[in-house]
Design a protein around this ligand. Sequence first.
Ligand code: PLP
Length: 357
Amino acid sequence: MKAVHNFNAGPCVLPQEAIHAVIESLNDFKGTGMSVIEVSHRSKEWDAVMHETEALWKELLHIPDGYRVLFLGGGASLQFLMVPMNFLQHKAAYLETGVWAKKSWKEAKGIGDAVVVASSADTTYNYIPKGYTIPEDADYFHITTNNTIYGTEIREDMVCPVPLIADMSSDIMSRPVDVSKYVLIYGGAQKNVGPAGVTFVIVKEDAIGKVDRYIPTMLNYKTHVDNDSMFNTPPVFSIMMMNETLKWLKRQGGVEAINQRNVKKANLLYEEIDRNPMFVGTAEKDSRSIMNICFVMSPEYKDKEEAFMMLAKERGMVGIKGHRSVGGFRASLYNACPMESVQALVACMQEFEQQNR
Ligand SMILES: *Cc1c(COP(=O)(O)O)cnc(C)c1O
């Protein structure tokens, strides 16, 4: 197989060991003589995988009692709707830190009164707003902890006067999180915990069932809590891959150990962006993400963008083009992205500097 440095934003690089383990299960799932995608989801072998996967989540994130972890379909985008359906009675508050945050707010507006308490849209979302007031009468406050497109991140668990809900699609399992500060955390798996096709929802059990609207069965968290995420057929293959990805993470020393490695990887790249006069970071320094690192050519080298893309491609870099709404470059350094890939990108930036200055 061709060796590449995969910086894709999602779907993205996953641990090779997890991929190989899943290939094994595709051939013969736990000695059943059948592939994991051929067995019944009601079999005892599959049931064990479901339980083990939830247990791995609880162990790795130190999730307290009273919470469940659900594995659903529909992506983070369906959670944008399920959250207000299940939690919005009178009013909801949102922090607008990017287009994903904006999309989640839009869904809430369709359900009821949803206010944006602060926004960084004025500068293409390159910072996390501070000093805003969360209305005390809000049913919940919704945040997007990592803004995948702009490379900004809320790395601390905030103290919130109302129930806190977070989209953690692109930084879940990258750092420790105090789950007790949230009533619900959700995300698509395809950025850090598995392939596309499964959505994780960490939910505080006693926080649901409090609104009085009719909630369609499949959109009701209670349905999935009561049925251990198997009200209908779960995305079996995606969950299997998530299971192996979490086992890999555990072997790496868990979330605490991976966080230290993630910080080292990000620092290495940010140091080069700040040192190399050809490049400039786009996110405000105090809002910088550890997962998605966004940068552009310095104004005096604007015309060199294509040339750098070409060199990076020659050196095996994949997925460093910035999102179309921001331009420039974005390197996503998710858990499974090795330090060697970051070193290779930094070396490539230095080589480009030598060629062009
Ligand atoms: C990718 C992403 C989404 C969308 O996820 P889907 O699973 O594709 O719906 C939502 N929020 C954030 C922060 C993301 O990075």
